[in-house]
Design a protein around this ligand. Structure first.
Ligand SMILES: *Cc1c(COP(=O)(O)O)cnc(C)c1O
Length: 386
């Protein structure tokens, strides 16, 4: 069975291409694009998306870990792949064999990698902690440069670049803007101190999606485009210079329709009781698909271009909706859980707002049980698993 129409996600590759183009056209000359494709392209399927990115000429890719990097190589991605997080020393040799670039989290990490490599050369970008306080070299620019010098002298470490990560580039708050400016100042001070110490750095990059749009610093050799590639906002409260097109649509099916009487309760915990007779439909999706249980009695789905509210608790594999106001609904019809239906639109950012999280977590949270059906120029190109 190629596709069981229980719950599935449609992946719009044309939207990916359009977000990429819109973003790229706003970058300063000389800043190259690095597509952040970690976590299976934020849950959208790297298998569906990365081959197209390569076809569109993207040379730089960023992932979270060694498994994701090797998976891209298996997929035939020949460009430069940077692992943004730590890799344990025992996996370093395999990375070197596949020409993967590893982030160095601190000097001790570099030393451990070097020892494990026994002479094999591993390309590295050193992380610089300028205020994210997650990974990276710390200290004054001069201290960081001294560490970079020692790292660059390790036999197996080929130090090709440095990078830093912004904590609040997506915020328009003025103290957050100052914080980002200070992170940028520190980062380029480290770069300058490293140059003064005689270190050659081919790549120095500080921009994430938000950074590239709100702080397009031409000194950053790369812009690491993540969330906006998938059509979502870094922060829904901060407008973007263009409207990104959401890439994922989440759909499910109605399994059963019934009338219930006033006084009947719906689902676990009896958190919803009908106060009048109503028409209820059951939808074949639940929290095991990554559909948030926090949408219980809060969210809605789209059907016949209208909103149908969720009633009662979302179960593991099913939930119920009130379709009293919608005529002509039949079993096995498709409902839209995330996406557009007529003039109604429901994005991952909207679901995030309803459940107190961010769009990133909604799309990354759609589980492997949900097949990703990819479309390009209106044609289905395949069904993928993440
Ligand atoms: C995830 C990540 C990005 C991409 O962030 P977006 O907000 O999705 O653009 C960039 N750089 C690093 C280091 C990351 O971890």
């Amino acid at each position: 069975m190629e596709l069981l129409k229980r719950t599935w996600a449609e992946i719009d590759l044309d939207a990916v291409a359009s977000n990429l183009e819109n973003y790229k056209s706003r970058l300063p000359a000389g800043v190259e694009l690095m597509c952040v494709v970690k976590a299976a392209c934020y849950g959208h399927s790297d298998l569906a998306i990365c081959p197209m990115l390569q076809e569109l000429g993207v040379r730089w890719y960023a992932v979270s870990n060694a498994e994701e990097a090797l998976r891209l190589r298996e997929l035939g991605i020949t460009g430069d792949i940077l692992i943004l997080g730590s890799t344990p020393p025992e996996a370093a040799g395999e990375l070197a064999d596949h020409d993967i670039i590893q982030a160095v989290t601190d000097e001790a990490h570099a030393i451990a990698l070097d020892e494990a490599l026994s002479g094999k050369k591993l390309r590295c970008h050193a992380a610089i902690d300028t205020g994210m306080t997650r990974i990276g070299l710390r200290g004054t620019p001069e201290e960081a440069a001294e560490r970079l010098k020692r790292i660059s002298e390790l036999e197996s470490i080929k130090l090709e670049g440095i990078f830093t990560h912004y904590a609040v580039a997506d915020s328009s708050d003025s103290s957050d803007r100052d914080y980002t400016a200070e992170q940028t100042r520190r980062f380029f001070a480290v770069r300058d101190a490293a140059k003064a110490a005689g270190i050659t750095l081919e790549q120095c990059h500080c921009l994430n999606s938000a950074g590239g749009l709100y702080y397009p610093d031409p000194r950053s050799t790369l812009a690491r485009l993540g969330i906006v590639l998938y059509g979502l906002y870094p922060d829904k409260a901060t407008p973007l210079p263009f409207e990104p097109e959401p890439v994922m649509t989440l759909k499910s099916t109605i399994s059963m329709i019934k009338r219930i009487e006033a006084g009947e309760s719906v689902s676990y915990g009896r958190t919803f009781t009908a106060d009048h007779p109503m028409t209820v439909a059951t939808v074949t999706c639940g929290y095991a698909d990554g559909y948030p249980r926090a949408l219980s009695n809060k969210g809605w789905v789209l059907l016949h271009g209208q909103r149908a509210p969720i009633i009662g608790r979302v179960c593991m594999d099913q939930f119920m909706i009130d379709i009293s106001g919608i005529t002509g609904v039949v079993p096995f019809e498709t409902v839209t859980l995330m996406g557009a239906d007529g003039s109604e639109v429901l994005t991952a950012d909207d679901l995030a707002a309803l459940t107190g999280t961010i769009g990133y977590e909604i799309v990354c949270g759609i589980t492997s049980r949900v097949p990703r059906v990819a479309y390009r120029s209106g044609e289905r190109i395949g069904v993928f698993r993440v």
